[in-house]
Design a protein around this ligand. Structure first.
Ligand code: NAI
Ligand code: MG
Length: 502
């Protein structure tokens, strides 16, 4: 089962043209070579082939981008721009994304491995919608008027107000699982609030960020407002985090790097927001109809080949339906068609990199050696490219690494539970707290469970929907701060009090 169904197709002419462009950085609305001249290869994960190169930004390039962002923040068109003009520019960008949707989806599929179909309906459409939502915020930023009782010379009074002002120059370091959408989650609120940005895409998936930079220039954003630096995390990323000219770092990625960033940013007391993934529980109560439970659990873990921060990677099913649900999910895993992202019949693409494939296969091996039983998948795929079979592990317990650690691949661990009173403790027993889902139509049970779950998002009878208007982020080691909605606008602004004697 699960053999790879096809070979990767040739790219369209628009994508072929983009892949062969000169590898450059986007600084101050200009395309420039990295000062070192170093390049990073871009790999198609469906076959391991080198399809393009991008520039490797070093310290001097970081300095140039930060200087451009600082100038744009403090002087000139962007600094003086009326909110309605910012709104119009962001909306124009969303229109350009829509007009170039097919090319963006193809690039995302080639770079990341996901299917072009999903790239289109999830990543590209989500990106367009995210910018549209954030465009609206540009004209809705407000403070308060405040009555104060402070005393002054006789006959005087005080009048106070608050203002929200852009937090400043923002470094935005994003991961490879939803490259374009993560760029939108970072750039959208920053542009709405009048910040300026240096975006660093992941070294595994730089292509759509570069195409987005072209669209940003075409939309008419002034020079320096958005700069895009391709490069490695340990060099380009770390230099941005250290840089004294950066006011805020926004990061999505591993917990390990999130902690490093938090420490490094302390030296200059930068504002930091971190979204660090999870080990999210899917909790099926036994009133659930089995077919719905199977479909929901499979989608929660296998969407985007499990490379999702909020993936439902731990399945807990209540006793009466456990055996049936487990059997159903294993069957669903075995039925998924693996193939390259551009093939229309593919249901799941490869993982993003050979490193990620190796990491996931190592976890499966660790699960086996710790005593888990493999209900589906598990064995390697005999095909070039970074494919991993959808895998279901049962007979697990809470001390196993596969239950405690984020695997970030199509690997589900499943356990039975008996008593509703114990499930919140079980669900909370990892260092993470990004999300969870509860599946049941027992209103009373669900509403009693929601407050006990330590997670930034709790879904009920679904797992995964995100929305630009719905705050998203983590409890515990899943991060700090909330993206989307008003919360994101607050994260990209400083609150200033103005007190006037009258
Ligand atoms: P990573 O955390 O190393 O990479 C994410 C981003 O951070 C990339 O842009 C990378 O270049 C940058 N980065 C890396 N080291 C840095 C540093 N020292 N300073 C500044 N920036 C740095 O993630 P990686 O290594 O690609 O994946 C490892 C694991 O991380 C995955 O298996 C998964 O568990 C988790 N992960 C979680 C994501 C999420 O959405 N929360 C996304 C990607 C990975
Ligand atoms: Mg890393």
């Amino acid at each position: 089962m699960s053999a790879v169904i096809a070979e990767q197709s040739a790219p369209s002419s628009a994508v072929a043209r983009f892949l062969s462009r000169r590898p450059q950085l986007f600084i101050n609305n200009e395309w420039v070579d990295a000062k070192s001249g170093k390049l990073i290869p871009v790999i198609d994960p469906a076959n391991g082939r080198n399809i393009a190169s991008v520039a490797d930004a070093g310290e001097a390039d970081v300095d140039a981008a930060v200087a451009a962002a600082r100038r744009a923040l403090e002087h000139g068109d962007w600094a003086d721009m009326r909110p309605a003009k910012r709104e119009a520019l962001i909306w124009r960008l969303s229109d350009l994304i829509e007009q170039n949707a097919d090319e963006l989806a193809e690039l995302e599929s080639l770079d990341n491995g996901k299917t072009k179909f999903m790239a289109n309906i999830v990543d590209v459409a989500g990106t367009r919608n995210y910018f549209r939502y954030m465009a609206g915020w540009a004209t809705k930023i407000e403070g308060s008027t405040i009555d104060v009782s402070a005393g002054g010379p006789p006959g005087t009074k005080f009048q106070a107000q608050t203002r929200r002002e852009p937090v400043g120059v923002v470094a935005q370091i994003i991961p490879w699982n939803f490259p374009l959408a993560m760029a939108a989650w970072k750039l959208g609120p920053a542009l709405a609030t009048g910040c300026t940005c240096i975006l660093k895409p992941a070294e595994q998936t730089p292509l759509t960020a570069l195409r987005l930079a072209e669209l940003i220039a075409e939309a008419g954003f002034p020079p320096g407002v958005v700069n895009v630096l391709t490069g490695y995390g340990e060099t380009t990323g770390a230099a941005l985090v250290r840089h004294p000219g950066v006011d805020k770092v926004a990061f999505t990625g591993s917990g390990e790097v999130g902690k490093l960033i938090n420490k490094s940013a302390t030296d200059t007391l930068k504002r930091v927001s971190l979204e660090l993934g999870g080990k999210s529980p899917v909790i099926m109560l036994q009133d659930m109809d089995v077919q719905t439970a199977v479909g929901g659990a499979a989608q929660a873990i296998f969407f985007n080949a499990g490379q999702v921060c909020a993936a439902g990677s731990r399945l807990y099913v209540q006793r009466d339906i456990y055996d049936q649900v487990l059997e159903g999910v294993a069957g669903a895993a075995n039925a998924i068609k693996l193939g390259p992202g551009l093939s229309p019949d593919t249901e799941m693409g490869p993982l993003v990199s050979s490193e990620q494939q190796q990491r996931v296969m190592d976890y499966i091996q660790a699960g086996r050696s710790e005593g888990a039983s493999v209900m589906a998948g598990g064995e390697p795929v005999d095909h070039p490219g970074y494919f991993v079979k959808p895998t279901v592990l049962a007979s697990v317990n809470n001390s196993m690494r596969v239950v405690q650690e984020e695997i970030f691949g199509p690997v589900l661990v499943a356990e039975r539970f008996d008593d509703l009173n114990e499930i919140a403790d079980i669900a909370n027993a990892t260092p993470y707290g990004l999300s969870a889902s509860i599946w049941s139509n027992d209103l009373r049970a669900v509403n009693r469970l929601i407050p006990k779950i330590k997670a930034g998002t709790v879904w009920v009878n679904c797992h995964g929907p995100v929305d630009p208007n719905m705050p998203f982020g983590g409890f515990k080691q899943s991060g700090t701060g909330r993206e989307s909605g008003r919360a994101a606008i607050e994260m990209y602004t400083e609150l200033k009090s103005v007190c006037m004697m009258i």
